[in-house]
Design a protein around this ligand. Structure first.
Ligand code: ADP
Ligand code: MG
Length: 702
C-alpha cells in the first residue's frame, strides 16, 4: 500500500477548490491528472519583473513594477476604442490602456487620486509611456504580492497562467515533508536541499513561501542543487526498482528451453533471403541465453529496417520447439496486426498456431483466443498491451518478446514479465541507444546489435529543401508514382491544437489529390483504429500511391514498395524521430529519396539536425548525435528530451548521478535487501513516489 503521506500528491487536480472541470482537463493535458504531475511540470524559462520608480529608456519594452498616482479615466465613446487611465510616476505621465474594458470594474480598481502599484510591459507610444493591460494592479502596501521572478510554463491554449498558478500553489501547499531517503553523507557532500525545498525551488519559490513567488526567488545555486537532487531521486528510484526486479528474476531463475532446431530449419529453408550475420549472431545469443537456467534479459538493438522481426521469429521458434508459448507485444494496433501478418505464413506452414489479441477485439472474438492460449494450443500470441491484461493466461509462457520496446513504459514491460514462471525476455528497439542510456533505462542487461543491414539495400538519398521549393517535391513524387512506387507524406507537427494539426494534414491531402488524383490517402491520429487500419491496408495493397500522415507511421510500418518520404516542417522533429520516419523507406531494393522540407529561419540545433540527417544513414551515429544535441539543451523540449519515464533526469548531464544512484542502490540492497528500517522505509516512499511499486510487490513476494 502506498504510504498515506503521499496521498496528497496523488490526489487529482479535479479535487482542488476553484479549479473547474474544464481547467482541470487543460491542466491534465500539459501536466497530468495528479497534483504530483503539476509539481513535476517544469518551467521552461523565467522572467524578471524589475521594480522601478520611474519609466526610462532603460526599461522600454520590459516587464516592470511601478508605483503610480492615478489621475483621471478617459472612457471612449466608441466601445471598440481603448479605455485610458492617466497616471503619474513621480512627475512622468504614464497611460494605462485597456481594450474591451468594463468601466465600473476599472474605476473600482484604479480610483482617481489613489496610489497604485502596477506591473506589466512598459512601452513607448508617440513619445508617451504606456502600459497595456497591466498584469497586476494593487495598492502600494500589497506590492509584495507581485512576483519579482516569474517562471513561465508551456501552457496550452485556453489555460491562463492565473489558473495554472492556482493549481500549482495548491499543489505546493499540499506537498508533504517526506522522510529523507538520500544517503546522509551523499546529501552533505552534494549540498542537496530536502525534497520539499527542492520542489519549491524547481518552481522558483523560496521555501516556506508557497503562497506566491513574492519574496526574493531562491538563489540560482540552490535551484541548481535542487534540480540535481530531484534528478537523483528519480534515478535512484529507478535503479533501485530495476535491481530489485532483476535480483528477484535471478533468484527465481528461468526455465531452460532448448529446441531441437526442427522448426527453425524448416522455416529457414523457406525464406526468400539469407539472414544477415548480425541476425544469425543475435539468434544464436538468444538460443544460448534461453537454453540456460537463468532468465534471459536481452535487448536487440537494430536500426530501422535491420530485420528485427526475423530475430523475433527464430527466437520464438526455439521456445516453441521446446514446448513453450511465446507472447509478442507491439506498441500499437497497426504494428501488432502487421507483425501477425508477417509471421503468420512462416509459422502456419510449419504447423505452429499463431493468433492475435488486441484491445479492440470484442468479447466474442477474444473468447476462443483466450481459451486457446490458456490450454496451450496457441503457441505464439501477438498483440498490444491487451496481452497482459486480466483474463489472459498461458499454459506455459516461456518467452516474451517486446517489439519497439521503447514505446512502452517500464510498468508495462514489468507487468508482462510477471506472467508465467519468469519468462525469458527479449526486448527489441529500433532506437539505438548509447550504453549510458541503456544503463539508465534497464540496468544491466545483455545487448545484441544488428549492425549489418540486409543485403541489396540501397542507401536513402536525403535532400534538405526550403518548404516553398515545390518543384522538386512534385517531381520526385511524379517520378516515383510513374515507376510504380509509393510515397509517404508526413504533415507538420504543430504545437497548436489537434484541430489545426488535422487541418494541415487534410489540406495537404486535398491538394495532393488535386495534383495526383484519387489514389492519395490520409491517416491521422484522430481517426478510429479501424479507419486507420483500413487506410494503411489500402496503402500496403498499393491501392494508394501516396499516404498523407501525421506521425502515426512513425515506427515499424513495413511497405517495401514505398521509396519517397516527404517530411514537412522537418525542423520541428527530433533527430531520432526523423530517422525513424525515414526508415519507412529504403526497405526494398530500389533507390529511395527522403525530402526534408523546412521553413526558415532555422535555429542552430535544427540546422545541425537536418545536416546530420543529410550526412548519415546510420542510426547508431544519429543516436549519439541526438543525445549530444539534446544534451546541449533544447529548452522547450524538456519533456521530450529527457529519458522516457523520467521527468528530471537527463543524459548526459546526469551521467554522474546515474552512476552514483547505481552504486547507492547496490550498496543499499546489499545492506538492507528487504528495505527494512527507517532508511528502508524512506526508500519505499521514494519508490511509491515515482510509481515503482511493482518493485515493492516483488520485494514482498520474496
Ligand atoms: P525492423 O528491424 O525495422 O523491424 P523488419 O524486420 O521489418 O525491420 O525488416 C525490414 C524488411 O527487411 C522486411 O521487409 C523484411 O522482410 C526484410 N528482411 C529482413 N531480414 C532480411 C534479410 N536477411 N535479407 C533481406 N531482407 C530482409
Ligand atoms: Mg520492426
Amino acid at each position: 500500500m502506498r504510504p498515506t503521506i503521499l496521498n496528497p500528491l496523488f490526489s487529482t487536480v479535479t479535487d482542488l477548490q476553484g479549479i473547474g472541470p474544464k481547467s482541470a482537463a487543460l491542466i491534465e493535458r500539459i501536466a497530468g491528472p495528479q497534483l504530483w504531475d503539476v509539481l513535476r511540470a517544469q518551467p521552461y524559462r523565467v522572467q524578471q519583473r524589475t521594480r522601478i520608480d520611474a519609466p526610462s529608456d532603460l526599461y522600454e519594452d520590459q516587464l516592470v513594477t511601478l508605483p503610480l498616482l492615478i489621475l483621471q479615466h478617459a472612457a471612449p465613446r466608441n466601445p471598440k476604442a481603448p479605455y485610458r487611465v492617466n497616471a503619474l510616476a513621480g512627475d512622468i505621465p504614464v497611460q494605462l490602456v485597456f481594450f474591451n474594458a468594463r468601466n465600473a470594474w476599472l474605476e473600482g480598481q484604479l480610483p482617481p487620486r489613489a496610489d497604485r502599484v502596477v506591473s506589466g510591459k512598459l512601452a513607448r507610444f508617440n513619445g508617451n509611456w504606456q502600459m497595456t493591460h497591466p498584469d497586476y494592479m494593487v495598492p502600494p502596501e500589497e506590492i509584495d504580492s507581485i512576483p519579482r521572478t516569474e517562471p513561465i510554463y508551456p501552457l496550452t491554449q485556453g489555460l491562463t497562467s492565473r489558473v495554472w498558478n492556482k493549481a500549482l500553489n495548491a499543489a505546493l501547499e499540499q506537498a508533504p515533508t517526506l522522510p529523507e531517503w538520500a544517503d546522509p553523507s551523499l546529501q552533505q557532500q552534494q549540498k542537496w536541499p530536502g525534497w520539499q525545498t527542492s520542489i519549491n525551488a524547481l518552481h522558483f519559490r523560496a521555501d516556506g513561501a508557497p503562497e506566491a513567488s513574492t519574496g526574493p526567488a531562491p538563489d540560482q545555486r540552490l535551484r541548481t542543487d535542487a534540480l540535481r537532487r530531484l534528478a537523483y531521486d528519480e534515478l535512484l528510484a529507478q535503479q533501485l526498482s530495476l535491481m530489485i526486479v532483476r535480483e528477484r528474476g535471478r533468484r527465481r531463475g528461468g526455465t531452460a528451453l532448448s529446441g531441437d532446431g526442427s522448426l527453425s530449419t524448416e522455416v529457414r529453408a523457406a525464406l526468400p533471403f539469407t539472414l544477415t550475420d548480425s541476425q544469425e549472431e543475435a539468434i544464436d545469443a538468444v538460443r544460448s541465453d534461453i537454453g540456460r537456467n537463468e532468465r534471459m534479459m536481452r535487448l536487440i538493438m537494430g536500426d530501422v529496417g535491420s530485420g528485427k522481426t526475423m530475430v523475433a521469429l527464430f527466437s520464438a521458434l526455439v521456445a516453441v520447439e521446446a514446448g513453450a508459448q511465446v507472447a509478442i507485444m507491439a506498441p500499437t494496433e497497426i504494428l501488432a496486426r502487421q507483425l501477425h501478418a508477417n509471421l503468420f505464413d512462416a509459422l502456419h506452414k510449419v504447423g505452429v498456431r499463431v493468433d492475435i489479441l488486441t484491445g479492440r477485439d470484442k468479447a466474442a472474438a477474444r473468447k476462443p483466443v483466450l481459451a486457446g492460449c490458456a490450454e496451450g494450443a496457441i503457441k505464439v500470441l501477438i498483440g498490444t498491451h491487451a496481452l497482459f491484461q486480466e483474463g489472459v493466461s498461458f499454459r506455459k509462457l516461456g518467452l516474451v518478446i517486446i517489439d519497439e520496446q521503447h514505446r512502452f513504459g517500464v510498468h508495462q514491460r514489468l507487468a508482462l514479465g510477471q506472467k508465467g514462471e519468469a519468462p525469458h525476455m527479449l526486448l527489441m528497439s529500433a532506437t539505438p541507444i548509447p550504453r549510458s542510456l541503456v544503463l539508465a533505462l534497464y540496468g544491466d542487461l545483455d545487448i545484441s546489435k544488428l549492425l549489418h543491414k540486409p543485403a541489396g539495400r540501397q542507401p536513402i538519398k536525403t535532400i534538405v529543401k526550403p518548404q516553398d521549393q515545390w518543384g522538386d517535391v512534385a517531381l520526385a513524387l511524379r517520378r516515383a508514382i510513374e515507376a510504380g512506387d509509393q510515397a509517404y507524406w508526413i504533415c507538420p507537427l504543430v504545437e497548436e491544437t489537434e484541430v489545426t494539426r488535422l487541418t494541415a494534414a487534410e489540406d495537404r491531402h486535398a491538394m495532393l489529390q488535386e495534383m495526383f488524383g484519387p489514389r492519395v490517402g490520409l491517416v491521422h491520429g484522430r481517426m478510429k483504429g479501424e479507419e486507420k487500419d483500413a487506410v494503411m491496408r489500402r496503402f500496403k495493397a498499393h491501392d494508394l500511391d501516396i499516404l498523407v500522415a501525421t506521425t502515426v507511421v512513425e515506427v515499424g510500418v513495413d511497405v517495401p514498395n514505398a521509396t519517397v518520404m516527404v517530411i514537412e516542417h522537418a525542423e520541428r522533429f527530433g533527430l531520432a524521430q526523423l530517422h525513424q520516419l525515414r526508415g519507412r523507406i529504403g526497405r526494398g531494393n530500389k533507390a529511395s529519396t527522403c525530402l526534408l522540407l523546412y521553413t526558415a529561419p532555422l535555429g542552430e540545433t535544427a540546422r545541425s539536425r537536418l545536416s546530420i540527417m543529410r550526412e548519415s544513414n546510420d542510426g547508431f551515429v544519429i543516436a549519439e548525435e541526438d543525445l549530444r544535441l539534446r544534451g546541449a539543451g533544447d529548452v522547450m523540449g524538456t519533456r521530450q528530451s529527457g529519458l522516457p519515464d523520467m521527468n528530471f533526469a537527463t543524459l548526459p548531464e546526469h551521467n554522474d548521478l546515474l552512476e552514483i544512484a547505481q552504486r547507492d542502490a547496490q550498496l543499499t540492497l546489499n545492506k538492507i535487501p528487504d528495505l527494512a528500517g527507517s532508511r528502508g522505509e524512506a526508500l519505499r516512499t521514494l519508490l511509491y513516489l515515482f510509481e515503482r511499486e511493482q518493485a515493492i510487490a516483488f520485494l514482498e513476494a520474496g
